[in-house]
Design a protein around this ligand. Structure first.
Ligand SMILES: [Zn+2]
Length: 325
């Protein structure tokens, strides 16, 4: 078999990548095709093992121990001396599959095992194949712990549950541009003069607003005396409605746990406004910021009318009339 068509090559590679990461039961794992664990370039070699009745994982597993047969135990069956190919296949099977089989194979009757590709069948017979996507995403996602520990060090705090801040972001902000901005901020990939100067793209590392201090993320968005004047004015406005709001530096950067959706959205818009003013070398102005909020409000109002979710919109935005009265 020679695979030349780029489309099918892509389909097979993606299938190969997706499959082992999907949660399966013992029977499904045992009926995985061995071709899932070999490189696409070696398919031709392993596909010939079908002639020796070796096609699925169960054909290589000792039913009594749940372990893979040793090469010595299978060489006659496979009629080969190439132990490297055999062990490279075994080593490509993920550890969690091996561990699962070792523990659970005792309960499986290999004689009546249905040898079919359960994963492929599930895809073919499912109306919704979102489980493939979810499996892939779960396999890839990881929290950028290095960036987070830098935040902890800089803000002198310990954060045990980072994912809650991503949940706050997802719930409070539906605008993909703003979501993207806050996501980048959490990951510390917002370019400030301090960074741009290091990579020689800016002549100065000094803050755009005060022109005195090093323009780091913490300085630009919070510590800068110019930003502080703007934030104090904003927090004063917010406290007209959110009486107990503590405009804490940590919560301002990551998300207000005790705040509602609106206060979190306003804080994201505020940080984005600060960044835009920095880029355009403009002064921070609370009146201009208020107009920006009103613009976002009208945008959300329009969307909510279209989606017939006007009640949820009104519930979220009602406090605004007390904030900017
Ligand atoms: Zn400054």
């Amino acid at each position: 078999m020679k695979l030349t068509n780029p489309f099918w090559k892509d389909v097979l590679s993606s299938y190969h990548f997706a499959k082992p990461y999907t949660k399966m039961n013992t029977n499904e794992l045992l009926s995985l095709d061995i071709l899932n664990f070999v490189p696409v370039t070696d398919l031709n070699y392993y596909i010939r093992w079908i002639e020796h009745n070796v096609q699925y994982l169960c054909d290589l597993i000792d039913p009594h121990s749940g372990n893979f047969y040793t090469f010595e135990q299978t060489r006659n069956k496979l009629n080969t001396n190439n132990f490297l190919k055999y062990y490279s296949l075994v080593s490509n099977v993920p550890k969690y599959i091996k561990d699962h089989l070792k523990e659970n194979c005792v309960n499986v009757n290999f004689d009546i095992l249905s040898k079919r590709d359960a994963y492929l069948e599930r895809i073919v017979h499912s109306k919704n194949v979102r489980f493939v996507y979810k499996g892939l995403v779960n396999a890839i996602i990881s929290l950028p712990t290095e960036k987070f520990s830098k935040w902890e060090k800089l803000l002198n705090c310990e954060i045990t549950n980072w994912s809650k801040y991503f949940i706050i972001l997802k719930k409070s902000c539906r605008n993909s541009y703003l979501q993207n901005f806050q996501f980048k901020l959490l990951h510390r990939i917002i370019p400030t003069n301090s960074f741009l100067h290091k990579i020689k793209l800016k002549n100065t590392n000094l803050c755009t607003f005060c022109k005195i201090h090093d323009e780091t993320i913490e300085h630009l968005f919070f510590d800068c005396p110019v930003t502080q004047i703007f934030l104090k004015s904003l927090s004063k406005q917010l406290k007209q409605y959110y009486k107990n709001l503590i405009f804490d530096k940590k919560e301002y950067f990551f998300g207000f746990e005790s705040g509602d959706l609106l206060v979190n959205l306003i804080s994201i818009i505020a940080k984005n406004y600060i960044f835009k003013c920095k880029l355009n070398e403009q002064r921070l102005n609370i009146v201009e910021f208020k107009h920006k909020i009103m613009w976002y409000r009208s945008l959300e109002q329009y969307i909510s009318k279209k989606n017939n979710t006007i009640l949820a919109f009104e519930k979220m935005w009602t406090p605004l009339q007390y904030i900017f009265n």
